[in-house]
Design a protein around this ligand. Structure first.
Ligand code: 5GP
Ligand code: MN
Ligand code: MN
Length: 323
């Protein structure tokens, strides 16, 4: 059962120390959500630590107070409550982060992934929300918590990045009303958009060239896919966040319904990133066949290699799901 904002407010009121976590290879919604809630709770007088298994990615360093995001300490933290944000399954928080949070006696799980099995003691899962950041905006304003400027900016970036800049069909009237309210509260929208979208390291453009060289279509042109091998990743000195958002380019090809990105990770596992632009094809269901998850139109998997075998199995499942 979903906890109400008031139920979550009681958890905040009854406790003093919190560790806030988000998923491995964090995106804008993961980091933005941690900062948004963490800094609001801190402004309300709470003790807060913000931990991520992989730390702060370079592309989000511009967020005010982003240096508050820490790698997991070796020893478990003395905290009463752990709050998992934007994380579909508990293992996706990462082993070291879970160890750091292991002394918490209460787990709160706030998320928008429909595949989330409600693994917390207190759960609020709203799959109609385009971003965890938007849930937190509603929570913070409903509870009349303080909204420091850094939280305000973090919420905007969380929602902007998870909606493809307010483009995806998950974007709702509430999303735009929220953005308007954040601007009313002083958000510099031009500046924050530029910091979010107008900065690419050169290697990101080199990655684009490498990916384009592997681009193929299948399923009568309805499925587009490309891949990145470990070798290419090493040669270009890529960071995990460098491919963020790039899949939208092949998702946009005329006639394409499903786009798939296969990435060979340093440990030999394969990361699959999948996008659908037809509600009849549920990418989350396809990914769940392989132990992954996410949303109907944007989902992912981490699966065993080798790359060629993973491609064959996943593309076969995608083609089966085509209308
Ligand atoms: P992305 O393709 O941007 O990495 O992820 C798209 C969506 O799928 C995100 O909401 C993300 O949380 C989810 N997702 C990506 N990879 C995995 C995975 O390995 N397991 C699960 N359960 N969800 C994933
Ligand atoms: Mn995320
Ligand atoms: Mn999200």
């Amino acid at each position: 059962m979903n906890a109400s904002y008031q139920d979550i407010g009681e958890v905040f009121a009854k406790h003093d120390s919190f560790v806030i976590l988000s998923h491995v290879r964090p995106d804008g919604d993961a980091i933005g959500s941690q900062l948004a809630l963490g800094l609001a709770l801190e402004a309300a007088g709470k003790k807060v630590r913000l931990i991520n298994e992989d730390g702060l990615p370079d592309n989000l360093v511009f967020l005010p107070e982003s240096q508050r995001i820490e790698l997991p300490p070796a020893e478990p933290l003395d905290v009463e409550v752990a709050i998992a944000l934007d994380t579909a399954t508990k293992p996706r928080l990462g082993d070291n982060a879970l160890h750091a949070a292991s002394k918490a006696k209460l787990w709160v799980n706030i998320d928008h992934h429909k595949s989330n099995p409600a693994y917390g003691d207190v759960n609020h899962i709203d799959s109609s929300s385009p971003a965890t950041g938007q849930i937190l905006y509603k929570l913070i304003t409903a509870l009349n918590l303080p909204l420091p400027d850094a939280s305000r900016d973090a919420i905007y970036v969380a929602v902007s990045t998870d909606t493809g800049s307010f483009q995806y069909p998950s974007t709702t009237e509430d999303t735009y009303l929220m953005a308007a309210d954040l601007i009313r509260r002083g958000l510099d929208v031009g500046r924050i958009n530029s910091l979010t979208y107008d900065h690419s390291p050169y290697r990101r453009v080199e990655l684009m060239r490498a990916l384009l060289n592997t681009l193929e279509l299948t399923g009568e042109g309805r499925v587009a896919y490309w891949d990145l091998t470990k070798d290419t990743g090493e040669k270009l000195g890529l960071k995990p966040e460098d491919s963020e958002g790039m899949i939208d380019i092949i998702r946009g090809i005329d006639g394409v319904i499903v786009a798939v990105f296969f990435e060979e990770l340093p440990d030999g596992k394969i990361r699959v990133s999948m996008r659908s632009k037809d509600p009849r094809v549920d990418a989350c269901n396809v990914c769940m066949e392989f132990g992954g998850g996410g949303h109907a139109l944007a989902a992912g998997i981490r699966m065993a290699g080798p790359l060629a075998a993973a491609k064959e199995r996943v593309l076969e499942a995608v083609k089966r799901a085509l209308p």
